[in-house]
Design a protein around this ligand. Structure first.
Ligand code: SF4
Length: 388
């Protein structure tokens, strides 16, 4: 929003356009609180954006474009929902050529540069009650198209690291195998990271992914309590989660696991089950969040009430609870979160296990040192507020 304001200060005629998937069900509130934003694209960015550009270029009315909210005569208008993209492969490769270089972009460790994120699919058909993406159609790109993009990035930018931002990279096992085989055949030597569900991996797949350059995998585990996993419709067994972490470690892939405290039914017993799960499985790193009732989710409807007016979205952060459960008020959930970080940070076995990984994979030393500094900073300076 600050960028939009700056643009308007430079020239009020500049059209400012923004996206935010999380708040897509409350476009009026977004526009109301973002006075320098002219157009808010609520969803289906790939489908909607070309129409916006054409409309701005030709000076035609925005009212016929689905999936947006915009200002007109001091009023905020929200249009109907846009149709999702049917064929992801029909899109051209992103216009990387408009960037002079990838040099300024990296996540965490400059040693991984040149780096980019990319999507190989979008959407997730699972139904986790807290998730804003839940129940959206899975739209994959073909293995050929993914490898074409990676080849282009290697040839033109000498890409070393890619992060696949898909919610569920391994939903189609055969597609994963095709991508991995092609990356190995072409010897692209790109290290990559992905997100997926813990029940959508197996030993053989993870070993193949490692050979094809996979260095880390993020699993949304959410809880070590089966009762809590069932209450939020995670469709995951604790045992599957345990195996997914073990198999990835065996394959030499780092595991980044996220957990949520405060899902319906959470009490101190289930918190303890999560802490025990973490101590037993020792993921390479873990993110502990509190449950957030994001608009549009089942959790929102259940905790705020059907048809509730939108919550104050400026308070919806995963490091400070705004809702509690029957047994645990928000303060207790914040306490559980800190307890979880402490139980990992002060765990000698965890440090030893990560040290072992760095000894076996010295190229990760830079990343590991940065992570250790971040932990110290977070623990000692920020009171585990911004932990990752
Ligand atoms: S599996 Fe992940 S992305 Fe899919 S609905 Fe659940 S939390 Fe959301």
């Amino acid at each position: 929003m600050r960028t939009a304001r700056l643009a308007k200060e430079i020239d009020p005629a500049i059209t400012t356009v923004g996206i935010c998937w999380t708040l897509r069900t409350m476009p009026e509130a977004v526009m109301d609180q973002a006075p320098d934003l002219d157009i808010y694209i609520r969803h289906e960015y790939e489908v909607v954006t070309p129409h916006i550009i054409s409309s701005i270029a030709s000076g035609t009315d925005l009212g016929g474009i689905s999936g947006i909210a915009y200002r007109s005569d001091r009023r905020i208008n929200a249009t109907n929902d846009a149709a999702p993209l049917d064929d992801y492969d029909s899109l051209p490769l992103p216009a990387y050529d408009l960037l002079p270089s990838l040099e300024p972009y990296f996540v965490t460790a400059p040693a991984g540069k040149p780096f980019t994120i990319l999507y190989t699919s979008k959407g997730c058909p699972f139904r986790c009650s807290f998730c804003t993406v839940a129940g959206t159609a899975w739209k994959p790109r073909s293995a050929d198209r993914i490898v074409e993009e990676m080849r282009y990035l290697k040839e033109r930018y000498h890409l070393r690291t890619a992060s696949f931002f898909d919610e569920t990279f391994t939903l189609d096992r055969k597609r994963v195998a095709r991508v991995c085989e092609a990356l190995m055949t072409e010897e692209l030597e790109i290290n990559w990271y992905c997100n997926t569900r813990a029940h959508l991996v197996d030993r053989e797949m993870l070993a193949l992914m490692k050979r094809a350059g996979c260095r880390g995998i993020s699993y949304g585990i959410e809880s070590g309590s089966q009762r809590i996993l069932d209450s939020c419709e995670k469709s995951l067994k604790v045992e599957q989660a345990r195996k997914a972490i073990t198999w990835a470690k065996e394959a030499g892939i780092k595991t980044f696991c996220s957990f949520i405290f405060g899902l319906p039914g959470e009490d101190w017993d289930s918190v303890k089950e999560t802490l025990t799960f973490v101590k037993e499985t020792l993921p390479t790193s873990a993110q502990f969040n509190v449950a957030v009732p994001y608009p549009g989710t089942r959790l929102y409807r259940e905790t705020m009430g059907e048809g509730a007016e939108s919550a104050d979205f400026r308070k919806l952060y995963q490091d400070s609870a705004v809702i509690g459960t029957e047994a645990l008020p928000p303060d207790d959930l914040d306490r559980a979160r800190k307890l979880a970080y402490r139980s990992l940070y002060l765990n000698l076995r965890w440090w030893t296990s990560n040290l072992g990984h760095v000894i076996r994979n010295p190229e990760d030393l830079d990343l590991a040192l940065r992570y250790a500094i971040k932990i110290a900073d977070n623990y000692l300076v920020h009171g585990m507020k911004h932990a990752h």
